[in-house]
Design a protein around this ligand. Sequence first.
Ligand code: ADP
Ligand code: ADP
Length: 239
Amino acid sequence: EPLLDVRGLVVDYAANGRRVRALDEASLSVPAGGTVGVVGESGSGKSTLGAAVGRLLPPSAERVGGTVRVAGAPVFELAPATLRRMRRERLGMVFQDPVASLDPTKRIGAQLRLVLGRRADKRVLASHLERVRLRDPREVARAYPHQLSGGMAQRVAIAMAMAAGPELLVADEPTAALDAQVREEVLDVVFSLAADAGTAIVWLSHDLAAVARRCARVAVMYGGRVVEDGPAGQVLTRP
Ligand code: ADP
Ligand code: ADP
């Protein structure tokens, strides 16, 4: 059984009294430890697919059909407590705007403790922040999200998403807002942490070349569907 199994996923949004079909029977299957880049132009449905995996679709998603399974569990049928546990322990998610996924009212250390458990001491917190190559981890733990640069905040978001050693990481353009050098550093962190932990990555991006450098497999979305799926080299060289 694949780790992630998306089958025939249909998502309709209601916007300004109109219905937009964002996903039109999209399917994707990812094995444990796999790295899959999901590419496609803006509006092709990448973000909707990523959000659906964590059952994090916005309220305007008024109709959802098809199935999403993570490690066999049907995401749209889980009880709220089970879903929360799945998100905390098995499924990490990072987004374009790291500050949006952090709580502005809590220090970084306090937020990390929500994932690691209250008993995580300063040394443990620092080790998780060091793992994403943050310098001065103890200072970062004392900071609030708005006190961090974009690259630092994204590293923190990655540390939180990876803290529990999840089986799957969904990354939706986590480097789009960063400058080129920081972008590569953040990607190095994501892919090396995931490789060490055996975490599968679904990386959503409009940048086919960047995805093909990092991911063994590339899936191409168009009009809410996965229209191509194969080894990165093959997808990249197709006309
Ligand atoms: P991306 O291509 O990364 O999804 P977008 O600019 O398309 O970025 O979307 C940014 C945010 O706006 C997302 O949260 C998305 O769900 C939301 N969004 C996108 N299109 C619409 C729309 N037509 N109506 C309302 N919200 C939208
Ligand atoms: P991508 O991530 O590839 O840019 P999205 O999943 O963001 O694609 O968008 C797919 C389609 O759904 C687009 O037509 C977009 O405008 C629409 N859409 C996305 N988010 C929303 C939203 N929150 N409300 C309404 N329409 C949306």
